[in-house]
Design a binder for this molecule. Structure first.
Ligand code: ADP
Length: 562
């Protein structure tokens, strides 16, 4: 296997570098990107026109070309400046194809925050180029000898990819070593059929195989006039079938509508000042609207897609938690926002040299933990989705009545959850749908915690004939670039939804569409499970789909041997 082969979905290293160079070029003036481009374009063509006119005149009057007037010197300088800018912005890809190697990329710095890892340059380099000849010579060519070195502890398991320069071989040797060390078999865990190069340095370390999760399709979900076949990766029987039934009810009733209220990823570092007076000074400085432009200019340098929306401070004694919120294009955005935060902290240190950065994440963010701040202020995409389900459809498809659903929703999702002291859990099973769609589409499954915050409301409408149902989800954290979205299977699922990769025309539109699809799917799931409960069908359907009478051991054995 060619160790240089890469997954194609993540922007290639070269294009990341290109972006970075463009970003630097576009930072030439503290103006919006389109204004900076327009300014330099105008300058370039004006001076070219001026210089050509002057040149023609000189030829006509036989004036030596190298004798320059002051205005011509200025024009030449302006020509050079605009040329360098335009080359930096538009021509960098061409130039870099000659000058730069992928390993020069800066966008791939390691950022490790709350368990989320960005690309790691060392490993990428190692994947991109064969390891140094010296290292290869030190390793035995025979797999068996390498396994023995790992088992004896002479060769660290984590170094196999870099030492061998072959990710698949590294995984195979690690797996064999592990089986020998533990004395336990991994025979049910497949090794073949996976592109180990595509995960190196960004998705998983020390792989020994991959877990298979079946993907089922619910839908079509009719949402905002479009139809979506929703991929769900799950091993819970009933889940896809149930969501599918909800989609059918929505479709027969004319579809669902969604509204995206907010789109901003957050990161809240904790910093400590010598005393509360200094801490308050920092808070007032950051929250003063007249400082926002400066702070956001520094923050936005992290990426051309990062745009700071707010920086709210919470004080606790002499500690300040600064909750930065920014839009992140089509990326879920944790790395992007963390880089922006780091930029601001570095610059703040000049005005607040006594500020001690305790941690870049102070948990007020709040990532992968249930927290009221997310439920109230939102995190990622805040979406509301509604549908009016016809009474007839409630009876024929959902096998219950509008009245029963409205009552059950009050007793279960509102009062029951209130009595349980729920935080964002005013729903029947939003996390079931969120997790299944997240796994299928390469999202961070740990963000299921806050992404599943949801309040489901049901009321009768049209004189009690029909059902108005809505889900309000303030923290849907999804992206269509970065992380696991680039892997072959996950990107195929994104492709099915028509939201694969970066949206070129409107950066961020793919991720926002995916968030609304998540909310629409949750709406379908809520409708169906609530109906099953109202009709007393839950146990019956689970016995049918979730407790198969097939001999599963025979099936597992057959699958493992195939
Ligand atoms: P995250 O911030 O979600 O962890 P990554 O940093 O891993 O995401 O990936 C985002 C990368 O994708 C950035 O380097 C960014 O420049 C690049 N990118 C390309 N197109 C887009 C886009 N439309 N929106 C957001 N990021 C994009």
């Amino acid at each position: 296997m060619d160790p240089r082969r890469r997954s194609t979905e993540k922007p290639p290293v070269q294009s990341l570098h290109e972006e970075d160079s463009r970003r630097r070029a576009s930072d030439a003036l503290p103006l919006p990107l389109y204004l900076t481009n327009a300014l330099f374009f105008t300058l370039f063509f004006s001076v070219v026109h001026f210089l050509l006119t002057r040149w023609r005149e000189k030829i006509r009057t036989s004036t030596p070309l190298h004798v320059l007037t002051f205005s011509e010197i200025l024009a030449v300088l302006a020509f050079l400046a605009s040329f360098v800018y335009l080359l930096g912005f538009f021509g960098i890809e061409y130039v870099q194809s000659f000058l730069l190697r992928p390993s020069d990329d800066e966008d791939d710095e390691v950022v490790v925050v709350d368990g989320r890892f960005a690309a790691c340059p060392q490993s990428l380099d190692l994947a991109a180029a064969p390891p140094p000849a010296m290292e290869l010579q030190l390793l035995p060519q025979d797999d068996e000898e390498v396994v023995q070195s790992v088992v004896s502890g002479a060769l660290p398991s984590y170094s196999l990819e870099s030492k061998l320069g072959d990710c698949k071989r590294a995984a195979s040797i690690r797996r064999e070593s592990l089986q020998r060390i533990t004395g336990r078999s991994l025979s049910g865990l497949p090794l073949e059929g996976f592109d180990y190069d595509s995960i190196l340095g960004q998705c998983c370390e020390m792989p020994v195989g991959y877990v298979q999760i079946p993907v089922g399709i619910a839908g079509p979900l009719l949402l905002d006039g479009g139809e979506y076949s929703v991929p769900m990766a799950t091993t819970e029987g009933c889940l896809v079938a149930s969501t599918n039934r909800g989609c059918k009810a929505i479709h027969l009733s004319g579809g669902a509508t969604s509204v995206l209220l907010k789109d901003g990823m957050t990161r809240a570092p904790v910093v400590r000042l010598p005393n509360i007076a200094r801490a308050a000074q920092l808070k007032f400085y950051l929250e003063d609207p007249s400082n926002f432009d400066t702070v956001s200019m520094v923050f936005n340098r992290s990426s051309r897609f990062a745009r700071l929306q707010s920086a709210r401070c919470t004080m606790s004694g002499r500690s300040v938690y600064i909750r930065f919120c920014c839009s992140t294009g089509d990326a879920m955005g944790m790395n992007m926002v963390s880089k922006g935060v780091q930029n601001v902290l570095d610059v703040l240190q000049a005005d607040f040299p006594d500020m001690d950065v305790v941690a870049i994440s102070g948990n007020l963010c709040s990532d992968k933990k249930p927290a009221a701040v997310n439920w109230i202020q939102g995190r990622g995409k805040s979406v509301v989705c509604e549908a009016v389900i016809k009474g007839d459809v409630v009876r024929k498809v959902l096998k219950t009545s509008v009245k029963s659903l409205v009552e059950l929703n009050k007793d279960k999702n509102l009062v029951g959850s209130a009595m349980a002291g729920a935080l964002g859990g005013f729903n029947a099973h939003a996390s079931n749908i969120v997790s299944a769609v997240y796994l299928a589409t390469g999202q961070d499954p740990a963000q299921n915690v806050e992404s599943s915050h949801c309040i489901t409301l049901m009321e009768s409408t049209n004189d009690g004939q029909d059902l108005h149902v809505s889900v309000t989800m303030p923290c849907i954290e999804v992206g269509t670039v970065g992380g696991g979205t680039q892997l072959a299977s996950q990107s195929a699922c994104l492709n099915l939804l028509g939201v694969k990769g970066a949206n070129k025309e409107t950066p961020g539109a793919n991720a926002r569409r995916l968030a609304t699809i998540v909310a629409g799917s949750v709406l379908a799931g809520e409708l169906s499970l609530m109906s099953a409960l109202a009709a007393g069908q839950l146990v019956k359907s689970h016995m049918k789909y979730n407790r198969s009478s097939k001999d599963v051991t025979t099936h597992a054995a057959a699958a493992a041997s195939s």
